[in-house]
Ligand binder design. Structure first.
Ligand code: FUL
Length: 477
């Protein structure tokens, strides 16, 4: 009997607990959401692009495929130096031009006669992909590959047979060097030797990627993993949706560049932006640009306009003819890292209190405090019917900040369409507008005039579905 009543009470308590929790269900996802691989990719934020090949030795941006392969001869190739530089710069992966438009393969491909095997480097026995993939693994960096379908060397280019050649090359690269986190597809399509343009078989190419690397994120004008941001300046739109309408488009024939820059508010595909840009004026190394490495301020602008606008930053750092990253580039990368570390080391909202105008089901599970808990996976949310709401922060003592960082919990979709920030002005004893903005997404960093205040307010003025915010932070640059 005693046993029975204990069991009964335990059961009853269990049911009660369960029903309490069920009372406040989390918001349903809004629209299309990222896959697990896309979410992991987004969290990388910042990676290195490496343009390297015959152009490095000919001072060209686009080789015509007729260059003597023996020009490729780095005197001291050191992929570990690239990896160490990327790592110290705070980058999370390296994507290399395994094959650029000249068709030269940085690995000894069976399907080409224009490769490292035909070069003077290591008497034709070298393999850049082998060295870089190993260096990345050792350094704990992701390894990714760029392959240009446009091939100005291959005799089959411009014939249907070339699609098979390209797929076979992809298979070699994607099956021979361990995990590949991102496949970068350039949509360039030029005339071949025989005067023909290639009708690319993108279904075959994408399938080949997934067959060999099921977790890879495929970059192109239209994804399917992530999308080109529409310029090569490293700048996403002030409004930047991760959703995109891709039907009827393909790599090289994508939506208008301003659409790529901002995404589509109601787009049906999740195709987050990737902003690619070179640290120098060109994509390939040239001694003529040794003194034209972008300034720290320029790189900071790029960082805030890419990572700070819901996009990943892919910063190209081209190795020189020795096969090493030039000291001018690496010095600038370290300055950028040191600056970002200094700025983002002290969250001024640490220790602040926060209240929300509305909390989902009045439940602590969705309480405002979650935007301050440094945990991406917990969030503040409102009831489904509430699509405009306010978060009010009170600092323990007045603080001066000029950067605000916000994150939506994107596993539930991107929701916020407009918001503004106000601060409490003691002199006029009123709220003053500090900034208005549109989208947030995975990460939004607002640069605002330096403001000293004890109170701050974020007004979500319009969300497509109840707002779901995981982070709010304030910093001083
Ligand atoms: C472009 C290419 O034509 C450039 O040479 C460079 O590789 C850039 C990243 O993509 O489409």
């Amino acid at each position: 009997m005693k046993h029975l009543s204990i069991t009964f009470f335990a059961l009853a308590a269990g049911v009660l607990c369960l029903s309490c929790r069920q009372l406040v269900a989390p918001p349903a996802p809004y629209g299309v959401v990222p896959s697990a691989d896309q979410l992991k990719w987004q969290q990388l934020e910042y990676c290195m692009f490496v343009h390297f090949g015959p152009n490095t030795f000919t001072d060209l941006e686009w080789g015509d495929g007729k260059e003597d392969p023996r020009v490729f001869n780095p005197t001291g190739l050191d992929c570990r130096q690239w990896a160490a530089t990327a790592k110290k710069a705070g980058m999370k992966g390296i994507i290399i031009t395994a094959k650029h438009h000249d068709g030269f393969c940085l690995w000894p491909s069976k399907y080409s006669t224009h490769t490292v095997r035909e070069s003077a480097w290591k008497d034709g026995r070298g393999d850049v992909l082998r060295e870089l993939s190993e260096a990345c693994r050792e350094a704990g960096l992701k390894f990714g590959v760029y392959l240009s379908p446009w091939d100005r060397n291959h005799p089959a280019y411009g014939t249907p047979g070339y699609n098979r050649v390209f797929a076979d090359m992809l298979t070699e690269v994607l099956s021979g060097y361990g995990d590949v986190f991102e496949q970068w597809f350039d949509g360039a399509n030029g005339e071949g030797e025989n005067g023909k343009r290639q009708a690319y078989d993108w279904c075959l190419f994408n399938r080949t990627v997934y067959d060999n690397q099921p977790h890879a994120v495929i970059f192109s004008d239209v994804g399917p993993g992530c999308r080109w941001i529409g310029n090569e300046d490293g700048r996403a739109g002030e409004t930047c949706w991760s959703r995109l309408d891709t039907a009827g488009f393909e790599p090289g024939r994508g939506p208008a560049v301003d659409t790529l820059n901002s995404g589509n508010v109601f787009g049906v595909a999740w195709a987050p932006g990737e902003a690619d840009v070179s640290i120098r004026p060109g994509w390939f190394y040239s001694s003529a640009t040794d003194d034209k490495v972008k300034s720290l301020d320029h790189l900071l602008d790029i960082y805030y306009a890419s990572v700070g606008r819901n996009s990943n930053l892919l910063l190209n750092v081209p190795p020189d003819r020795a096969g090493r990253i030039h000291p001018n580039d690496s010095a600038r990368l370290m300055e950028l890292r040191a600056t970002l570390d200094a700025v983002f080391s002290a969250n001024l909202l640490h220790g602040a209190t926060v209240t929300a105008s509305a909390v989902r089901g009045a439940s602590p599970t969705f309480g405002a405090a979650h935007v301050l808990d440094s945990n991406f996976d917990t969030y503040w949310a409102t009831d489904d019917s509430v699509t405009a709401a306010t978060l009010e922060f009170e600092f323990p003592q007045a603080q001066t900040f000029n950067l605000l960082l916000l994150q939506e919990y994107i596993p539930l979709g991107q929701r916020v369409a407009s918001f503004n920030v106000e601060y409490w002005d003691n002199t006029s004893t009123s709220w003053k507008l500090l900034a208005t903005a549109t989208t947030i997404g995975y990460k939004r960093i607002l640069r605002v005039p330096a403001t000293t205040t004890g109170k701050l307010r974020i007004n979500i003025s319009h969300a497509l579905a109840c707002p779901v915010l995981s982070t709010v932070e304030a910093y001083r640059e």
